[in-house]
Design a protein around this ligand. Structure first.
Ligand code: GLV
Length: 312
């Protein structure tokens, strides 16, 4: 969270800086009973009943991020705690990164940069890369971010198809009723579905095999959507052509096996991580908390919280 957002929180609320505590347990025991709101990064850890027990006065969790798979929103709702996230304000930024990662992976841009830095250019040409031309792109999850990715790909002149829970009337992209059908019809698969139990390991060994030996996987959603071991195996065996990953199973830990593979591009979960977008996300966190404690409805409650969105 940018410092300006922390400052905005501090201006409006009594802010307890849990992330700075050397003994968070003792700190929570002291201030926990007074805490009524929580601003939480999606990536900091799991927020579930263990937290709710220690924060008995908690009314709202304003989660910093669009994906809230680390927050047990159902358990929160059952205790009357509303959960908000930060949809919308990051769609274009994340879509930019998805397309950048796709191009970086296909054209091997980071590898080429390493080639120059390591002084290898004078000794020979950088190997020719695969191309985006003529590829069919499949998008898994055509929500707001998926649509923003698709719009960008239109400009590249590549055909786009998608799979999701249901076909969408507002778009003309080809719909596939199953992920295997989408994958069989795609040379590039871009995962844009939310994380959580409903999408866990959707992309498994079978899907990767269907993508094919020239196929490329791009994941900007959650590591949990892909069976990471199966992905490593497919890359090692050459049954897929490459991968661009912004997300992993156990962030910030990336398996050595992935790091050792040359035809992957690995990013440290930076989809939304521009200064402007993180500031906009943070402002939405502040605005949700402010709205709630002003007794007006939370601005962007998650679906599990919709019935709670108004404080009184
Ligand atoms: C980042 O991954 C987010 O969910 O916003």
């Amino acid at each position: 969270m940018p410092a300006s957002v922390i400052a905005a929180l501090e201006e409006r609320f009594v802010l307890h800086r849990l992330w700075e505590q050397s003994d968070p347990d003792a700190f929570l025991a002291a201030v926990g009973p007074d805490v009524r709101g929580m601003a939480a990064s999606t990536l900091a850890g799991t927020i579930d009943a263990r937290w709710f027990d220690r924060l008995p006065a908690l009314e709202i969790i304003a989660s910093f991020g669009v994906g809230y798979d680390k927050v047990d929103a159902n358990a929160a709702a059952s205790r009357g705690i509303v959960v908000t996230n930060t949809p919308g304000v990051l769609d274009e930024e994340v879509a930019d990164l998805a397309v950048g990662l796709l191009l970086a992976t296909l054209r091997r841009i980071p590898q080429a940069d390493r080639f120059v830095r390591e002084g290898r250019w004078p000794a020979g040409h950088f190997p020719l890369s695969p191309t985006l031309r003529g590829r069919r792109v499949g998008i898994l999850g055509l929500g707001a971010i998926g649509k923003a990715v698709a719009r960008r790909l239109d400009a590249f002149g590549v055909p786009v198809a998608y799979h999701g829970r249901s076909p969408q009337k507002s778009v003309s992209y080809e719909y596939h009723a199953t992920l295997p059908a989408l994958t069989a019809a795609s040379d590039v698969l871009i995962a844009v579905v939310p994380g959580g139990s409903g999408t866990r390991h959707l992309i498994d060994a079978t899907v990767l095999e269907a993508l094919g030996k020239n196929g490329v996987l791009i994941n900007i959603s959650r590591g949990s959507v892909v069976n990471q071991d199966a992905l490593v195996a497919a890359l090692q065996a050459g049954t897929i052509g490459g991968a661009g990953l912004d997300v992993f199973d156990d962030e910030p830990n990336v398996p050595e096996a992935l790091i050792a593979i040359e035809n992957v591009v690995l990013l440290p979960h930076i989809g939304s991580a521009s200064d402007a977008t993180r500031t906009a996300m943070g402002q939405l966190v502040v605005d949700n908390l402010q709205a709630w404690f002003d007794d007006t409805p939370a601005i962007t409650p998650v679906p599990e919280s919709l019935h709670l969105a108004r404080r009184r």
